[in-house]
Design a protein around this ligand. Structure first.
Ligand SMILES: Nc1ncnc2c1ncn2[C@@H]1O[C@H](COP(=O)(O)OP(=O)(O)O)[C@@H](O)[C@H]1O
Ligand SMILES: [Mg+2]
Length: 350
């Protein structure tokens, strides 16, 4: 089921009357059956957005639609959502079976039917053989799967996950991430996955929404957003190692760096700009500009070269073979790999 947010806005007002615009005029459509990553730095309004969709925060302005239903003022328990948080929030004194069954307690469901649903959910998330244990006997990753099973047992229309992997160590985070993707695909449930981790969002999302200061920056498929960021914030937020940002100029149809290095031809009009170049978009090329290879980090297949343009340190990621035994190399970058940003607005021009 599609979720539509229309001008969704949340303003918090504290006791002294100070206002925080946590979510600002958010208008997005989450396609039915897809997993959409809600991504942005800490404090950008991700949880607030999720809580409004869940009905846990009243909205200040705007509307929320589930399919054709306007749910903006509907009580949380009537929305048909499953929620999963960072800290699992399982009941420690109950068994896994009791935890998963808990949401069914006050419904008119026969015991036998409830048991069947619990087993079905446990199977879905891969913890069938853990049902009689207590939460403390399970790993963090397993506990989070229990939380997901509990969120899904009422067959919600929407699954909302708020930083569900943040409490897990690196290995479990990767594994559980893949599990969440599989569970989402198998159930086909419309899912919003909140994270501040760009790599996590890139790997798990069908589409991503990037927020900053409560405002939508861009919504796209991960790879599209990576290759074609709409503004300098998105460009900088995605990618590790991060994109190089350097001042430059377009003079007579050529991109020129601050030290006079001429990079490529362009159709963008002359002027001063911020240029973004991803480290991996530099290529070793005889026609390129010279950099010395005294500052290099071997990362296996690739080598990271650190070099200066004027007083600005840049990074280029190139194939190790192309650097071996050389004191200097020549680097080039294709015109369409140079992102040109307006210095005032930060919006992309290319
Ligand atoms: N209950 C609240 N009362 C007042 N301010 C809040 C409350 N919840 C969140 N905020 C503020 O709203 C902004 C967005 O917070 P949040 O949605 O939690 O961000 P995120 O989940 O992206 O880290 C922050 O500035 C935060 O301090
Ligand atoms: Mg949060």
């Amino acid at each position: 089921m599609e979720i539509r947010l229309e001008n969704l806005t949340k303003v918090f007002t504290d006791k002294s009357g100070n206002q925080t615009r946590a979510v600002d005029q958010l208008t997005i459509t989450i396609p039915s059956g897809k997993l959409v990553g809600l991504l942005g730095p800490s404090g950008c309004g991700k949880s607030t957005t999720l809580f409004m969709i869940a009905g846990l925060h009243p909205v200040t302005e705007g509307k929320i639609f589930f399919g054709e239903d306007d749910v903006t003022r509907l009580a949380p328990e009537k929305r048909g959502i499953g929620l999963v948080f960072q800290n699992y929030a399982l009941y420690p004194h109950m068994t896994i079976r009791q935890n998963i069954m808990f949401p069914l307690e006050n419904l008119n469901i026969k015991r036998q039917e409830a048991e069947k649903l619990v087993v079905e959910m446990a199977e879905l998330v891969g913890i069938r053989d853990q049902l009689d244990k207590k939460p403390s006997q399970l790993s963090g990753g397993q506990q989070q799967r229990v939380a997901i099973a509990r969120a899904l047992v009422k067959k919600p229309r929407v699954l909302l996950l708020d930083e569900p992997l943040s409490n897990l160590d690196a290995r479990l985070r990767l594994q559980t991430r893949e599990e969440i993707k599989r569970i989402q695909r198998e159930t086909g449930i419309t899912t919003i996955f909140v994270t501040h981790d760009q790599e996590e969002a890139m790997s798990i999302s069908d589409q991503m929404v990037v927020l900053n200061f409560g405002m939508q920056q861009q919504m796209d498929e991960p790879q599209v957003m990576y290759n074609k960021p709409d503004n300098i914030f998105v460009a900088k937020f995605l990618g590790n190692p991060p994109i190089n940002i350097i001042e430059g100029e377009i003079k007579k149809g050529k991109i020129v760096l601050s030290d006079g290095t001429v990079l490529a031809d362009t159709k963008i009009k002359d002027g001063k700009y911020d240029l973004g170049i991803r480290p991996e978009d530099f290529k070793v090329d005889d026609q390129g500009f010279v950099v010395d290879t005294t500052h290099i980090d071997h990362t296996g297949r690739d080598t990271m070269i650190r070099f200066m343009i004027g007083d600005k340190p840049l990074r280029a990621l190139v194939e190790s073979e192309s650097v071996e035994g050389k004191k200097t190399i020549k680097l080039m970058v294709k015109a369409h790999k140079v992102h040109v940003f307006d210095k005032e607005t930060g919006l992309v021009l290319s």
